[in-house]
Ligand binder design. Structure first.
Ligand code: CP
Ligand code: NVA
Length: 321
């Protein structure tokens, strides 16, 4: 017990000052420790007071869940957030990222960035002297993946050997699911239409990181992919920034809607996940969203707890108040 406690504390402490740019940035022990801390915050009502720390939210794309859950998480930790949407800062008038980030680092204790290119996020982290957290880029969505695996853990307990099938676009959400999932021993199957498979480099990275025999399988047949799966996951066909491809994508993704027929092929106890926002009737039917197997709104709620754990760790380390 003490050994476990010491391992947990040292894993949390090792995150102090760290950036989270990719789901692969933290190792298996650090990822598990964050989930453990999130569970403590959620069920044992563990209270952490970081003491009036400030999180800057630099969001270049729309957001409901990530923005609100980061703000509420910071409020629960005794701190606050500042909305630094580039349209209302000098960034939007051309002040350089280099200068802006150095300035923000002098005021904020951490910065959460939602933007397009992963390289831009890496640049923020390079110029920032405080932790930078990926609040979604075109390549990854690591905070989402933490909430997803917390939801799986709440449902099934042990994650090792579970099968999570993601049906749809090989996008940011799929990438973080692969990277975070294999660290935790979860087998990941991705079923995408031809030409919409996940990034090869991320697939290779996930296979290298895989723990406890976890596998990553990329397929083009959703029916095959859902057989025996413990969790079925989907996301929109056109992500933010791809709106002009919407009509073309609707054609390409024909047959990839998460519906009752696919659900029937999964394990009897399979759960349904979606990061939201959803386009009901496109990538998922309303019937499946409202099915008793849906854990979609628990998943949403868990964003709050994993981000609270993440902020507590990167800002406070083991001095959790
Ligand atoms: N799932 C998610 O990140 O939602 P938002 O885009 O609303 O933040
Ligand atoms: N793939 C989606 C996720 C939204 C949370 C997007 O990037 O728009």
């Amino acid at each position: 017990m003490n050994l476990f406690k010491n391992k947990f504390i040292s894993a949390i402490d090792s995150l102090k000052g760290r950036d989270l740019l990719s789901s692969a940035d933290f190792d298996a022990e650090q990822t598990r420790a964050l989930l453990e801390l999130a569970l403590n915050l959620k069920y044992r009502k563990k209270s952490i007071n970081l003491g009036n720390r400030v999180l800057g939210l630099v969001f270049s794309k729309a957001s409901t869940r990530t923005r609100v859950s980061f703000s509420v998480a910071m409020a629960h930790l005794g701190g606050q957030t500042i909305d630094l949407n580039p349209n209302v800062t000098q960034l939007g008038r051309g002040e350089s990222l280099i200068d802006t980030t150095r300035v923000l680092s002098r005021y904020c204790d951490a910065i959460a960035v939602r933007t397009f290119g992963q390289q831009e996020l890496i640049d923020y982290a390079h110029w920032s002297s405080v932790p930078v957290l990926n609040a979604l880029t075109d390549l990854e969505h690591p905070c989402q993946a933490l909430a997803d695996f917390l939801t799986l853990h709440e449902t099934f307990g042990n994650l090792q050997g579970l099968i999570l099938t993601y049906i749809g676009d090989g996008n940011n959400v799929a990438h973080s699911l692969m990277l975070c999932g294999v660290l935790l021993g979860v087998n990941i199957r991705i079923a995408s239409p031809k030409g919409f498979e996940p990034n090869n480099g991320i697939v290779e990275r996930a296979r290298l990181l895989a723990k406890e025999g976890a596998t990553v399988t990329i397929m083009n047949d959703p029916l095959l992919a859902v057989r025996g799966a413990n969790a079925l996951y989907t996301d929109v066909w056109a992500s933010m920034g791809q709106e002009l491809e919407q009509v073309q994508r609707e054609k390409s993704f024909f047959g990839f809607c998460l519906n009752k027929n696919l659900l029937q092929e999964a394990d009897n106890d399979a759960i349904i996940l979606h990061c939201l926002p959803a386009h009901r009737g496109e990538e998922i039917t309303s019937q499946v969203m409202e099915d008793s197997a849906s854990r979609i709104f628990d998943q949403t709620e868990n964003r709050l707890y994993v981000q609270q754990a993440l902020l507590a760790a990167v800002i406070g380390g083991k001095d959790l108040g």
